[in-house]
Design a protein around this ligand. Structure first.
Ligand SMILES: [Fe+2]
Length: 309
């Protein structure tokens, strides 16, 4: 589960993308299993932009929030004279998109917070980004990717274009693997989602689960506490046994770990699951579902997932 630094050149200068490489073997695969497909996992793009005709308030939010995310100097490039620049979330997505096209995956997983705040422009930009990947995209929406009931029609239409109409729970099959997307962006799942997951897992099919908020596994707890403090109830599903649904959801994933190839999630803005966080106390329990979380794209991160079978 290596992390490699991949150099790039762009209109914003040169830099390095951090790539996590994961290979997962299908249940029952032969000893000399070969790659049958490749996926990319990205998360938390936090796209924040505006057009000149947008309302002043939206323009201000886009500018302020872009400043907020860039102040940490996460993803830095350098020009020919050595001058440094921190990429904005939007610029980061352009660089990451270029790399994804070069990797030519069979599908891209987006695990939420694709936009930073709901606006027609942000959702349209998210859609444009996905369309430019030349690959199927599957998105589990995050807490930032939502609109209020009664939102105006233009916003509702843009949301649907970017996020889709069945964001709550959806299953698609790619290369014989069921990709399940679940909207747990508000830190909880519903009874309906639990029952749909139960039915899906009873089928015994190889399944990948995409979430925004990760479920409570040993691999995520120590790193997430280091970042967000000891109370992870807003960050991790099942951390506090918040409600019956979250607990059942977690148990379902753990008890079906033989055919749940992995859970991929975002939200915590951290790379976990591949042993990368060992220094911060990341542990692994053999009783828990395999789960990986991702750094945001504005930190210059993506994950390559090869499925062997
Ligand atoms: Fe986020």
């Amino acid at each position: 589960m290596a992390i490699t630094k991949v150099p790039f050149n762009s209109v914003y200068g040169s830099g390095e993308i951090e790539e996590s490489y994961v290979s997962i073997t299908m249940p029952g695969a032969p000893a000399d299993a070969k790659r049958i497909c490749r996926f990319i996992h990205i998360s938390d793009l936090h796209i924040a932009t505006f057009r000149p005709e947008d309302p002043e308030e939206e323009k201000k939010t886009a500018i302020d929030n872009t400043k907020f995310w860039t102040q940490f100097k996460f993803f830095v490039t350098q020009d020919g004279e050595g001058k440094k620049k921190t990429l904005t979330p939007l610029e980061s997505t352009e660089v990451i998109a270029e790399r994804i096209r070069a990797l030519s995956p069979d599908a891209v997983f987006l695990t939420g917070d694709t936009v930073d705040f709901p606006s027609v422009t942000n959702f349209m930009k998210a859609k444009e980004f996905m369309d430019a990947l030349n690959s199927k995209c599957f998105m589990a929406p995050g807490n930032h990717d939502r609109i209020e009931n009664g939102a105006d029609q233009a916003l509702a239409d843009a949301f649907t274009l970017a996020v889709g109409t069945n964001a709550d729970f959806a299953v698609d099959t790619v290369f014989g693997i069921d990709i399940v997307r679940i909207d747990d962006g508000l830190g909880t799942v519903t009874r309906e989602q639990v029952e749909k997951l139960r039915l899906q897992l009873e089928r015994g099919r190889p399944t990948i689960v995409l979430l925004h908020a990760p479920v409570m596994t040993e691999s995520v707890v120590a790193p997430a506490m280091g970042m967000w403090g000891d109370d992870l109830s807003k960050w991790v599903i099942g951390f506090n046994k918040e409600n019956k649904e979250n607990v059942e959801f977690l148990e379902l994933l753990n008890s079906n770990r033989d055919h749940v190839l992995s859970v991929f999630a975002g939200h915590v803005h951290l790379i976990t699951g591949g042993g990368e966080g060992k220094d911060s106390g990341e542990g692994f329990s053999p009783d828990e579902v395999l789960q990986y979380t991702a750094n945001p794209t504005f930190m210059g991160f993506l994950r390559v997932i090869d499925i062997l079978g």
